[in-house]
Design a protein around this ligand. Structure first.
Ligand code: PLP
Length: 400
């Protein structure tokens, strides 16, 4: 038997693996499972971006590049922050990694010492606590229920800060709830942070372009320029440009932190794929109408899916400001029994029941640090999505 390193004991396998593994087995058996568990757009990467990648291949852009991004991509990112966020960065304040995930991991590895605390709102993206633990830190997940829009309030932030607090992670629009912080909400959080000059903020803006109705996306460094020198503004092309597989994410922040992140990356993966970097330049130059076209479809699915879920007895769901997730509360169904006489004890049991009986895969809220809910991704075709809602309704009605 191989003895594995102790550090693995701090990383938990994703709680969604049980559901997705079971869904994959059912599919392999020929069962028609509708998966609402994926965290990626169902659209293809736009043609212009794919063409740019092909051109880069033909031009021989197939070698190592600078570790944390080519100068051309860094310039395109500088321009993106100027154009979209009114933020002025130099190229030595930009880091490019293999997805937003690597950028966040590099930043935590560069900032967190053993015992340091990292605050974030719960429900949260599955990776934050595990990344913090891998960096030796202590995750501080602050419960943020639906009543406050799943968002961290200034009072909660103030109460969570201790002398050990090193980093705050802010994710807006967020995974798994789609909750987006308004300008005034960010101003209020910034007021707390101004009193704590040692805290570094990571803003995970990966869903920036996926916002609905009149929601205005804002990011902390823009809203409170006095925090810019200790904020890493993180973004990427995965979600907004339908490029999850290309693995390009980026961060903008103080040059000192950017240099430390490059050291981490240089001893782990080196540069992100050269061809993907060329494709990302094309993505950042994409006209907004292309993003708008996809958003119109997402917005319609969001409304129709939320209506269908809210019509189910026992489920309640708020309309998210952004991203492509709904996060219904299912507490009304807990304690009920399936037709086979099995008691639905928690959100995990409900997700398994929906998979077995409705053939719909959703992710239990406990995977994101807020039990009593589940996550639906509406990044799937409109017809299968509505069919899934119909099946969920039928399965929930069968509970007594
Ligand atoms: N941050 C959040 C909140 C996410 O949901 C994801 C992906 O699911 C990421 C970061 C990572 O994105 P990427 O695919 O660019 O690594």
């Amino acid at each position: 038997m191989i003895r594995l390193a102790g550090r693995l004991s701090v990383v938990r396998p994703s709680a969604s693996i049980e559901i997705s593994g079971r869904a994959a087995t059912m599919r392999a058996e020929g069962i028609d499972v509708i998966s609402l568990s994926q965290g990626e757009p169902d659209f293809e990467t736009p043609v212009a971006i794919r063409e740019a990648a092909k051109a880069a291949l033909d031009a021989g852009e197939t070698r190592y590049t600078a570790v944390d991004g080519t100068p051309a991509l860094k310039r395109a990112i500088v321009e993106k922050f100027r154009r979209d966020n009114g933020l002025a960065y130099r190229t030595d304040e930009i880091s490019v990694g293999a997805g937003g995930k690597q950028v966040i991991f590099n930043a935590l590895m560069a900032l967190v010492d053993p015992g340091d605390e990292v605050i974030f709102a719960a429900p949260h993206w599955v990776s934050y606590p595990d990344m913090v633990r891998l960096a030796g830190g202590t995750p501080v997940a602050v419960p943020c229920p639906a009543e406050t829009g799943f968002k961290l309030t200034p009072t909660q932030l103030q109460a969570a800060i201790t002398p050990k607090t090193r980093v705050l992670i802010l994710n807006s629009p967020g995974n798994p709830t789609g909750a987006g912080y308004t300008r005034s909400e960010l101003v209020a959080l910034a007021a707390v942070l101004l009193d704590h000059p040692d805290i570094v903020v990571l803003t995970d803006d990966i869903y920036e372009y996926l916002v609905y109705d009149d929601f205005e996306f804002c990011t902390l460094a823009e809203v409170e320029p006095r925090l810019k020198s200790r904020t890493l503004t993180i973004n990427g092309v995965s979600k907004g440009h339908a490029m999850t597989g290309w693995r390009i994410g980026f961060g903008a922040g103080p040059a000192e932190l950017i240099r430390a992140m490059a050291v981490m990356q240089s001893q782990t993966t080196s540069n992100p794929a050269s061809v993907s970097q060329a494709a990302a330049i094309a993505a950042l130059a994409q006209p907004p109408d292309d993003i708008q076209r996809r958003n119109t479809i997402f917005a319609e699915r969001r409304t129709r899916c939320a209506e269908a879920i809210n019509a189910v007895d026992g489920l309640v769901c708020r309309l998210p400001e952004g991203a492509f997730y709904l996060f219904p509360n299912c507490e009304g169904l807990l304690g009920r029994e399936t037709p086979e006489g099995v008691k639905i004890e928690d959100d995990r049991a409900l997700a398994l029941y929906l998979l077995e009986s409705a053939r719909v895969a959703v992710v239990p809220g406990s995977a994101f640090g807020l039990p009593g809910h589940f996550r639906i991704s509406f990044a799937t075709g409109t017809e299968p999505l509505l069919e899934a809602c119909r099946r969920i309704d039928e399965a929930c009605q069968a509970l007594h």
